[in-house]
Design a protein around this ligand. Structure first.
Ligand code: FE
Ligand code: FE
Ligand code: ZN
Length: 255
């Protein structure tokens, strides 16, 4: 079964998102748990969640992927800001318990000069702490373009976080624009990249795909998304990705 969806606005609540997804022929969707450029979250509405859960089941939707705020940097240098980010993470997972069995993906963070190793340590510590609560949600680390001091630009860094957390509830969301900008040549060698993912992380950890084209060239470390078919990936690569036998059962999201 293939699941396709896109990012929807949660300004009108969960049930409204399910209905919007149905109206565009989607059978999954992604959404921000709170303001993507801030930290404010909508007040919780258990009734709305309950009705959304029922409709998702009735309509045979695939798993949803909630996205953490871009501003949540678990490995920022200031200890207070870092603790605040960790609190946001825990609160997001707690909120996702109202939509059980779905995913929560986020950008691992930027170490802002402290070094990759220290950054990975902070991210893993925050995750370990948040996962202690055993909320019914799996966390997905997003593969990044490696812009600036961003962590997650290599499969090895993602694997290091997974190992440090040591939980089966940590997976990966692969973003086609990010991996290409990060230097993984999915245009000429998709199978080689997937083999490398499998060797380093293990494909069983791959739970969702962000399908974006890229404005930039391979290994540009830029992270500028382009409309599908209008960037350096092109429509054939997107087709290869969604039809690949090792990927075709995952949920795919247009951003
Ligand atoms: Fe993202
Ligand atoms: Fe993405
Ligand atoms: Zn991006």
């Amino acid at each position: 079964m293939a699941y396709f969806g896109c990012h929807l606005s949660n300004s009108k609540g969960n049930l409204a998102m399910v209905n919007t997804a149905r109206s565009i022929g989607a059978n999954t969707f992604a959404f921000f748990t709170r303001n993507p450029r801030g930290s404010k979250a909508k007040p919780e509405d258990p009734k709305d969640c309950q009705r959304a859960v029922e409709l998702l089941k009735e309509e045979n939707f695939g798993p949803l992927v909630a996205h953490g705020a871009y501003t949540m940097n678990l490995c920022t240098a200031d200890p207070e800001a870092r603790a605040f980010a960790a609190e946001i993470l825990t609160d997001d997972l707690r909120r996702m318990a109202a939509l059980p069995g779905n995913f929560y993906n986020f950008h691992p963070g930027s170490h802002v000069g402290q070094g990759t190793e220290a950054g990975i340590g902070y991210i893993a510590a925050a995750l370990k702490n948040a996962l202690r609560h055993d909320y019914p949600v799996k966390v997905l680390l997003e593969t990044m373009a490696g812009k600036g001091s961003e962590i997650g630009g290599t499969f090895e860094q993602i694997k290091a976080i997974i190992d440090a957390v040591g939980s089966a509830n940590v997976g990966v969301c692969l973003d086609t624009c990010h991996v290409f900008d990060g230097g993984y040549d999915i245009v000429n060698n998709l199978d080689g990249v997937l083999k490398e993912f499998d060797d380093v992380i293990g494909l069983q950890r791959l739970k969702a795909m962000h399908v974006n084209d890229s404005m930039n060239v391979l290994a540009s470390h830029k992270d500028r998304h382009e409309k599908i078919g209008e960037g350096s990936l092109g429509v054939d690569v997107v087709r290869n990705v969604i039809k690949n036998p090792r990927l075709c059962d995952l949920p795919f999201y247009l951003e």
